[in-house]
Every structure is written in structure tokens, then in C-alpha cells.
Design a protein around this ligand. Structure first.
Ligand code: HEC
Length: 128
């Protein structure tokens, strides 16, 4: 009984974080869905420009997300998106899916396509 409680507490304190994928696997998954070759240059362009709204991805994550970003409206700190600068970035499928959905709606007023996600990932993964 006590042991179960301890385990629950341990799981709880580690948050919802679950390293169940890698940035390369995510890129491969969306590349396969899109059926196109991802382009890092297109990904960077997509990331740093606005798409009809007020914000771009860079508004919160920074133009090159190798350092902490800052939420454009709340000012909350955001960990670097580039995997080379943040070993936890892009390693939790549920987290990545959730934030892509939410952030794309904020920036494009729609969900991102698999091709767009593959482009962005290929760029993020190429940042050294
Ligand atoms: C209004 C602010 C904001 C904008 C604009 C924004 N994001 Fe985010 N994004 C966040 C926050 C906050 C998180 C969660 C950070 C955390 O908890 O580590 C996040 C997380 C993410 C994650 C998951 C990171 C991880 O650790 O795996 C991805 C991927 C992502 N954003 C991509 C994008 C893309 C692509 C765009 C542009 C379409 C974008 N974001 C625009 C605020 C923003």
C-alpha cells in the first residue's frame, strides 16, 4: 500500500513528461505521412514568418530556438526547441502533438500539415 503511494508520488512529481520518441523519429513519421522530402530552409521560413495572424512561431520560441524563449503574451519562459540545446525537446509524443495543435492554431488558425511539421523538424534537427 505504502509502496504504491510512493510510486504514484514519484510518477506525479515527474510531470506528464514521457520520453517515448526522438526528434528523428518524429521527423520520419511526418515525412512518411506527407510523402514529400522535408526542407530545413522551408522549415525555418515557416517558423519565422507570420501566417495571417499576429504571431509567428518565433514570437514565442525566438528566431533560432537554441536559447530559452519567452511567451509572447504571458512572458513565461519556454525551454529551447532545438534538440541540440535541449535533450528533452521533441521526445514526448503527446506533448509534441498537443503543442503543435495549439501553437499552429494560434499562428495559422488551423492545424499544421504533416509536411509543415516535417519541414520544421528537419530544420530544428539540423541546428547544431
Ligand atoms: C503564443 C506562444 C507560442 C507560439 C506563437 C508558438 N509556440 Fe510552440 N510552444 C509554446 C509553449 C508555451 C510551449 C510549451 C513549452 C514547454 O512546456 O516546454 C510550446 C511547445 C512547442 C513544442 C513542443 C516542444 C517540446 O518540448 O517537445 C513544439 C514542437 C512547438 N511548440 C512548435 C511550435 C511551432 C511550430 C510554432 C509555430 C507554428 C509555435 N510552436 C508557436 C508557445 C508558443
Amino acid at each position: 500500500m505504502k509502496r504504491t503511494l510512493m510510486l504514484l508520488l514519484l510518477v506525479g512529481s515527474s510531470g506528464a513528461y514521457a520520453a517515448d520518441t526522438t526528434p528523428a523519429q518524429l521527423q520520419a513519421r511526418w515525412t512518411a505521412t506527407a510523402g514529400t522530402t522535408p526542407s530545413p530552409a522551408r522549415g525555418q521560413q515557416f517558423f519565422s514568418t507570420t501566417h495571417g495572424g499576429e504571431w509567428s512561431c518565433a514570437s514565442c520560441h525566438g528566431a533560432v530556438p537554441t536559447a530559452d524563449g519567452k511567451h509572447a503574451s504571458t512572458g513565461k519562459r519556454i525551454a529551447p526547441l532545438a534538440p541540440a540545446y535541449n535533450p528533452r525537446a521533441l521526445t514526448d509524443t503527446a506533448k509534441v502533438d498537443k503543442w503543435f495543435r495549439r501553437n499552429c492554431k494560434d499562428v495559422l488558425s488551423r492545424e499544421c500539415t504533416a509536411a509543415e511539421k516535417a519541414d520544421v523538424l528537419s530544420w530544428l534537427n539540423s541546428i547544431k
